[in-house]
Design a protein around this ligand. Structure first.
Ligand SMILES: Nc1nc2c(ncn2[C@@H]2O[C@H](COP(=O)(O)OP(=O)(O)OP(=O)(O)O)[C@@H](O)[C@H]2O)c(=O)[nH]1
Ligand SMILES: [Mg+2]
Length: 462
């Protein structure tokens, strides 16, 4: 039963019950955060005219009236480049939104007829404000540094130096080995060695497809490019042990000062500003690209991912909680870019992802946080179908490769479990990147399970 209590009262009531959700979209670099946010905004903007969200009941059942972009709360932050992203997707040939190089924000107002709580008895609409920020994935990996001393951070960096990394680090390691940590601080020498360290981090990412790269601002400095706070590097624990602690104007003292300054003036403010007050979190993982790049890249991605979820641990006495006390009640783990594999592989993709996140999952469940795991494609670039092979119908994908050629292919099987050494020897993966398809400008972007993700993240708020 609805009560007609008059327009003014309705308005007053509904305003009082307007709601806010702050959604943290988390993921390593290239996991698909910007594509996810772009699609989410696009899907919600289309709810009034042309919805394509059958698994999102508030839209399916007509409870959502419509959505629009409104002024964001933080006027010092850049606007999320939704229009720029859409322009790229709609251009000819279509291209993906650009990699993110700084923080930006978007606020959507979603008008709806309330289905829950007191408002459902009132003939009025209410508004749900949804705040999302986008930022470079690299910056997320800095959070664990907050709990480390310079010595601990250095030890960790050197312990995890694989053969491959050591091969890339030659110039930096040689230069750092010549450094006299007890000598009087020389800013120029530190700047030169820091540059070699930064080059090494870039090579880890670009040449070796590795994910775990710290500090994040070294590879994506934003407005800090060239600043002394980005001029330090880890020191070999043996060299550290031999160094004298006493002098406060030594090379070592300056390295430590910069490390601490980076923690307090770069990492902390980033988290404080953006991750304190989020309610819901989606953690996006691209399992496919690292499978393509081989065991080292895959294992490195897993390690980076573990550090990432470790720093988001949801318990009461965790780093994030102690420092920022976010109040999160739902977390969704999503394997992205599911349109790169044929539909019958989606279950394997989820199962692989479940294995990866298993520990974080257990921990969050223990804390009473509602969790789920799914696979999705924010912006589908392929269409599934079948091809005949030796008289049999085989699943296949149709899309356009990055060179612009139409192709039909079976990209391969996704392993159900974390691949072991045998598995890597027997099997190679070839998950091709695709160019975005040509999308009609008046229709929402095609997707896989964005509606299911929206239902998990927002469904109970309407
Ligand atoms: N086919 C397909 N490709 C996708 C999808 N989402 C992302 N991609 C691909 O993955 C790339 C990276 O996606 P982004 O959304 O830019 O990733 P990000 O997490 O924002 O990356 P950073 O900004 O570097 O942190 C895109 O350029 C696309 O090539 C998807 O749903 N389908
Ligand atoms: Mg991005």
């Amino acid at each position: 039963m609805k009560f007609n209590v008059g327009n003014e009262v309705n308005k007053w009531l509904s305003r009082g019950l307007d709601r806010h959700v702050r959604l943290a979209v988390t993921g390593l670099s290239r996991a698909g955060k910007t594509a996810f946010i772009t699609s989410l905004v696009n899907q919600l903007l289309h709810t009034s005219t042309n919805p394509n969200l059958p698994l999102f009941p508030p839209v399916r059942d007509g409870c959502i009236i419509g959505a629009k972009r409104v002024s964001q709360p933080d006027m010092c932050m850049a606007r999320f480049g939704y229009d720029e992203g859409m322009t790229r997707l709609m251009s000819s040939p279509p291209t993906w939104p650009e990699p993110t190089s700084d923080v930006s924000q978007i606020r959507l107002a979603i008008k709806y007829y309330p289905q829950h709580g007191a408002l459902k008895y009132v003939q009025s609409d209410a508004t749900l404000y949804l705040d999302i920020i986008d930022y470079p994935g690299e910056w997320l990996l800095d959070l664990p540094m907050l709990a480390q001393t310079f010595e601990e951070w250095s030890a960790q960096q050197f312990q995890s130096m694989s053969e491959r990394r050591r091969g890339l680090a030659g110039e930096w390691l040689n230069a750092a080995a010549q450094l006299d940590l007890n000598s009087t601080a020389d800013e120029n020498q530190l700047a030169q060695i820091s540059q070699l360290y930064t080059d090494f981090l870039h090579q880890c990412k670009q040449d070796a497809g590795l994910h775990w790269v710290q500090p994040g601002r070294f590879v994506l400095p934003g407005e800090l490019a060239g600043a002394p706070v980005l001029q330090f590097f880890p020191v070999d624990p043996q060299q550290l042990a031999a160094a004298d602690e006493a002098s406060s104007d030594s090379m070592l003292a300056l390295l430590k000062q910069r490390f601490e300054y980076y923690k307090s003036h770069v990492i902390k403010p980033f988290y404080k500003q953006h991750f304190v007050k989020f309610d819901r979190q989606i953690i996006l993982v691209d399992c496919l690209q690292p499978l393509n790049q081989g065991p080292e890249s895959f294992n490195d991605m897993r390690q980076a991912f573990n550090y990432l979820v470790d720093s988001f641990r949801y318990g009461r006495n965790t780093l994030l909680k102690r420092l920022f006390s976010p109040s999160i009640d739902k977390v969704l783990f999503a394997a992205t870019k599911a349109d790169h594999v044929t539909p019958e592989q989606h279950l394997n993709l989820i199962s692989l992802m479940q294995q990866m996140v298993h520990e974080a999952y257990q921990q969050a469940s223990f804390e009473g946080i509602t969790m789920d795991c799914m696979s999705l494609a924010s912006i589908s670039a392929t269409s599934p179908g079948f091809v005949s092979h030796k008289g049999e119908q085989m699943p296949a994908l149709r899309g356009t490769n990055l060179q612009g050629d139409a192709c039909t292919l079976f990209p391969g099987e996704v392993p159900k479990r974390l691949p072991d050494a045998n598995f890597w020897q027997q099997q190679g993966f070839d998950f091709q990147p695709f160019r975005p398809a040509v999308y009609p400008s008046d229709e929402p972007l095609p997707h896989i399970r964005m509606d299911k993700a929206l239902q998990f993240l927002l469904g109970d708020k309407f």
